[in-house]
Write a protein that binds this ligand. Structure first.
Ligand SMILES: Cc1ncc(COP(=O)(O)O)c(C=O)c1O
Length: 342
């Protein structure tokens, strides 16, 4: 009954088998293997576009290498104040970019307030070389609050990035969950709405440790492979990462897994009717809710696992994953709905 994190979920069996199947004989190293080449082709088909693809093992590496490409050391990165990059990467983007400045943006439900962003950018430039140069907007899709930027909002972001001549990065650690929820094409949710760089996550949705940095803007790939190497993220036996990513995309497995995770979250949202206050709209696979303290303790005693959300005693985060069992969800719903306040 684990609702702590999709990182705690097991590896999907098809993906695990793909690793074993790739373990046959010798294969070129450092990304020149058949699996990595095939995965790049798969991405180009999926996104209906040319793109440069770097298989990686962590989302932090994908985000940080993306930032190295999108900003000089004297640049700034505009991201939500609660973004993973701002709160959970221990300064990796600043480190990788040799000092670019993260500018945390406010916004309801994990999404950057676009009016604020526009106004903020309109006010930059007055201090000349004394201030960092706005270079890239980074958004998370799904956001850290489990919400989504709609296609309309993504198009607004595209206008802002064009107006101020910036790049747009999408942290897609939960890209599949977002795509399934928005029910649009991968192209529509990325380069067609101005996304230049995408951190494409697979680990949370069934892979063992497989992410990719996907770059749609050909002007951004100068020395990209050296930057990856210099950062220590050029994987020698890359075939085992790419084989996972290939299996992930094959036969729409990734969409099936994300659909299950989102469905579990939406059943929970719809059927839990007592004692609960939802803090954000439930749009994908993460739920943030307030419950009576005694009920939280009761759930813990019964063996339900979840994170208590920092800063609030009575707020918990529930993450539904590709491996969440509907029985566990039903039990959770029943305990909450039938709880009697003592
Ligand atoms: C929104 C988001 N971005 C990126 C990451 C990547 O993290 P890691 O470096 O642990 O793979 C995570 C993981 O929790 C995340 O939630």
């Amino acid at each position: 009954m684990n609702f702590r994190s999709d990182n705690e979920a097991p590896i999907n069996a098809t993906i695990l088998k793909a690793i074993v199947d790739a373990n046959k004989g010798f294969e070129e190293s450092y990304g020149y293997d058949q699996y990595s080449e095939a995965f790049t082709e798969q991405c180009q088909q999926l996104f209906q576009s040319w793109c440069e693809v770097l298989p990686l093992t962590t989302g932090t590496a994908a985000n940080s290498i993306a930032m190295t490409l999108a900003t000089p050391p004297y640049g700034s990165i505009l991201c939500h104040k609660h973004s993973h990059m701002n709160e959970d990467e221990c300064g990796a983007p600043e480190f990788f970019t040799a000092g670019a400045k993260l500018i945390p943006m406010p916004g309801e439900h994990g999404k950057i307030d676009l009016n604020y962003l526009d106004q903020y950018l309109a006010g930059t430039g007055v201090h000349g070389e004394h201030e960092s140069l706005p270079s890239v907007i980074s958004i998370t899709q799904c956001t850290e609050a489990g919400t989504l930027y709609t296609l309309k909002e993504l198009n607004q972001l595209k206008n802002i990035k064009k107006k101020y001549n910036l790049f747009l990065h999408m942290d897609g650690a939960r890209f599949a969950n977002a795509l399934v929820a928005l029910d649009c094409s991968a192209a529509e949710m990325t380069w067609q709405t101005g996304v230049d760089l995408l951190s494409f996550g697979a680990t949370k949705n069934g892979a063992m440790m497989a992410e990719a940095l996907i770059v749609f803007n050909p002007n951004l790939i100068n020395q990209i492979k050296r930057l990856r190497k210099r950062s220590g993220h050029l994987i020698s036996k890359m075939r085992f990462i790419s084989a996972q990513l290939q299996a992930y995309l094959d036969n729409d497995l990734w969409l099936e897994l994300a659909h299950h995770a989102n469905l579990m979250a939406s059943i929970f949202k719809q059927q839990t009717i007592n004692h609960i206050e939802f803090l954000h709209p439930v749009e994908a696979n993460e739920v943030f809710c307030r419950l009576p303290l005694k009920l939280i303790e009761h759930l813990q005693e019964l063996g339900f696992k979840f994170h208590l959300w920092p800063g609030h005693k009575d707020v918990i985060r529930l993450v539904f994953s590709h491996a969440t069992q509907s029985n566990d969800v039903n039990q959770l719903i029943n305990v909450i709905n039938n709880y009697k306040n003592k």
